[in-house]
Design a protein around this ligand. Structure first.
Ligand SMILES: [Zn+2]
Length: 397
């Protein structure tokens, strides 16, 4: 399976400016190709005999003109512009498949990055060799063995990283401790509520850092544009943002690792509503990274243990259903945190009840996926089987 290892780099000043330059070339090529794509698409709409835009054609087109029009592109690895256009092709593919928004222009200083194909770099212990640049020190050696596929070099605040993608044949991890199912309700006040009754609160280091963030942003807005002090304040702010993002990312990884280590079948709700810019009903750790990232981590981590992730679609009435008797209520406004079922009298905590319904749903979907029971629920589950054949048994949910 494909695994990426992200390692901090220690470039010297000359190397850092090369990396900045390469990121700039990648960004320029991406934006150039996106503008061309739009133009060629409009032209094709007006006249269907013209070719539709494609990343392969755009790469050829750029190659033909870059020596004349953009000679500064030749100062860095040819991978920087080429891979950027391939990534644009991927972005369009995801857009057409309904998985992502329409591709946007890349902005300077936002996710600065460029990618190298595996024939364009070498790894030797704690260093990586990059074309036209030479060896750059890495903080640690590559952790995974296998075929090296690509490397993406990126900047976060003032630090550089390389993310090396490796196709590993790691031995599968041990099976989850509990071969039954768990339901997970993602929330605001708590990071997650499990059907077992556990509440994962998530990180709370924020208060002090968030106060500092507010202070720094205010101080930045007071500094004069273009001044040296403004630049310094901006760098400080970027470092603090990166630190907070790290804490949140760490919490998300811990949650997904813990869930897959403990439970075979994990039921979650699809919160990936297209067109919804920001889901306000999620803890910052998940809102920051996006539901897609939460699901991605769960799926690949479950796969390594032969587990599975069951995603209930967004019409699944996880909050409105009584987990005790199964009756479905008309409405359940978000403000209702506790309720008593009018049909059976059970007293419910909103989040725990939702988690329990997801657990039941995941357990029944797992059975029907194995062909042991019909699709009795009448609701279609998108089940992603992690391995072809497996024994399913249910522990307590
Ligand atoms: Zn009930």
């Amino acid at each position: 399976m494909l695994i990426a290892h992200k390692i901090a780099l220690d470039p010297n000043n000359a190397q850092a400016s090369y990396l900045t330059h390469a990121c700039g070339v990648a960004r320029f090529a991406y934006n150039w190709a996106l503008a061309e794509w739009k133009r060629q698409y409009e032209a094709w709409k007006a006249d269907n005999s013209l070719p539709k835009p494609s990343q392969a054609a755009l790469r050829r087109q750029l190659n033909a003109i870059k020596r004349e029009q953009f000679p500064w592109m030749l100062e860095v690895t040819k991978c920087a512009p080429q891979m950027a256009i391939i990534q644009l092709g991927e972005a369009f593919k995801n857009f057409f498949a309904g998985r992502a928004r329409y591709p946007q222009f890349r902005k300077k200083g936002v996710h600065d990055r460029f990618t190298l194909t595996n024939d364009q770099f070498d790894i030797d212990g704690r260093r990586i060799r990059i074309p036209n640049l030479g060896w750059v020190r890495m903080r640690e050696p590559l952790r995974f063995a296998g075929k090296i596929m690509s490397a993406t070099i990126s900047r976060v605040a003032d630090r550089w990283f390389v993310s090396i993608a490796v196709d590993t044949e790691d031995p599968p991890k041990r099976k989850a401790e509990n071969q039954g199912a768990v339901g997970v309700d993602l929330g605001v006040s708590a990071l997650a509520t499990l059907s077992t009754g556990e509440i994962i609160t998530g990180p709370k280091p924020h208060k002090a850092l968030l106060d500092r963030l507010r202070r720094l942003s205010r101080s930045l807005s007071r500094k004069q544009k273009g001044s040296r002090n403004r630049q310094k304040a901006k760098a400080k702010l970027a470092r603090l943002h990166a630190r907070i993002a790290n804490i949140r990312s760490d919490a998300l990884h811990k949650l997904t690792t813990d869930l897959t280590r403990r439970f075979h079948t994990i039921g979650i709700e699809d919160l990936n509503v297209r067109g919804m810019v920001r889901n306000r009903h999620l803890a910052r750790s998940i809102a920051d990274m996006g539901f897609h990232e939460f699901r991605r981590q769960l799926e690949y981590k479950a796969e390594r243990r032969g587990g599975r992730v069951v995603v209930a679609d967004r019409w699944f009435p996880s909050s409105k259903t009584c987990s005790a008797c199964g009756s479905v209520q008309e409405a359940m406004p978000l403000s209702v945190r506790q309720w008593i079922c009018p049909d059976c009298g059970a007293c419910h905590d909103r989040d725990l009840n939702a988690a329990r319904n997801l657990a039941t749903y995941a357990a029944s979907s797992a059975v029907s996926a194995c062909g042991e029971a019909g699709s009795g629920s009448g609701r279609k589950a998108r089940v992603k089987p992690a391995s072809m054949k497996q024994e399913v048994s249910f522990g307590p949910v």
